[in-house]
Design a protein around this ligand. Sequence first.
Ligand SMILES: NC(=O)c1ccc[n+]([C@@H]2O[C@H](COP(=O)([O-])OP(=O)(O)OC[C@H]3O[C@@H](n4cnc5c(N)ncnc54)[C@H](OP(=O)(O)O)[C@@H]3O)[C@@H](O)[C@H]2O)c1
Length: 277
Amino acid sequence: MIRAMDLKGKVVVVTGAGSGIGRIAARDLAKAGAHVLAIARSEARLQPLVDEVKAQGGSVQPLACDMSVLSAVREAAATISAAHAQIHALVNNAGLWADQQRVTPEGHDETLAVNALAPHLLAKLLLPQLRAAKGRIVNVASEEHLNGDIHWDDLSLKGRYSPRRAYRQSKLILTMLSIAMSEREPDVQVNALHPGIVGTKLFRNFPRFIQFWINLLMRKPQDGANVLTWHVHSPEMGGVTGKFYSRYKERRPHGLALVKESRERLWGMVEKLTNAS
Ligand SMILES: NC(=O)c1ccc[n+]([C@@H]2O[C@H](COP(=O)([O-])OP(=O)(O)OC[C@H]3O[C@@H](n4cnc5c(N)ncnc54)[C@H](OP(=O)(O)O)[C@@H]3O)[C@@H](O)[C@H]2O)c1
C-alpha cells in the first residue's frame, strides 16, 4: 500500500476513474497527496469520487471525456496541458470488453478506439508535461494480449469482428505501442501491465454464471487498484521502461511486441489513425 503523503505535489491523470479499479486507484492516489485529474464519460459519473476525495481532504479535478471519440480526447488533453506544466503520471486505465461491434463517429471500432487509440493519443498529447516531470505512463493492458493478433489490413475488424478478438488485439496494440513509445522517450517511463483478473463490470457482457464465478473467485477491485498505484509511485519501478508487467512482476509480452519492425509498422498505422504527430 502507498503511504500517506507519498505523492504530495504530484499531478496524476487517471482515465476510467468513474468506476472499477480506476476509481479506487484515483481515490488512493489523491489520498496519498497527489492532485488527481480524473477522467470519465461524464462529470456525474465522477461525483461520488469527487465527494469521497474531498471528504478525505484530497485534491481531485473531474474531467468529462468519452474516450471512444478522439476529438474529445484532444479537448481533454488541451484542458489538462493548459493548466499543468508537469504531469508525474498518466494512468491509461479506461477500457472495455464490448458485447458487439460499434463504430465510433470517427469510423473506428469502439474497442480499438478506447483501449488503444485513445491512450496512445492522450499520452502523445501530454508528452511535454510528462517529459518535464520525468513522469510515468502506466498503460493498463491485459494478459489477454498474449492470445491476440494484429489484423494488419483491418484493425477495426470490420470483416471479422468478435468482442474477444477486438479486446485481445487492442491490448496487444497498447502493449506494442508502450514499448515503441519507451524507445522514443528517454525522459518518460512507459510500461504496460496486467492488473490481475479482478471482479469488476468489465465482464458485464459475459454470461451471468461466469460473472457470478468471477465476482466470487477473482481478485477484489482494491487489489487491482493497488497494482496501478504501485506502478505510479513505487521506487522499484524507477528507471524501468518498455516492459510488460503482470501485476508486480515483469513478464515476457507477446512475441510480436518483441519485434521492432512490427512495433514500428504498428506505430505508423496508429499515428495515421490518431493523426497524432
Ligand atoms: N478486471 C479485470 O480482470 C481486468 C483484467 C485485465 C485488464 N483489465 C483492464 O483494467 C482496466 C480497468 O477495468 P476494470 O476491470 O476496472 O473494468 P470497469 O469497471 O469496466 O472499468 C473500465 C473503465 O473504463 C471506462 N470506460 C469505458 N469506455 C469508456 C469510454 N468510451 N470513455 C470513457 N471511459 C470509458 C468505464 O467507464 P464507465 O463506468 O462509464 O463504463 C470504466 O470506468 C481496463 O482497461 C481493463 O481492460 C481488467
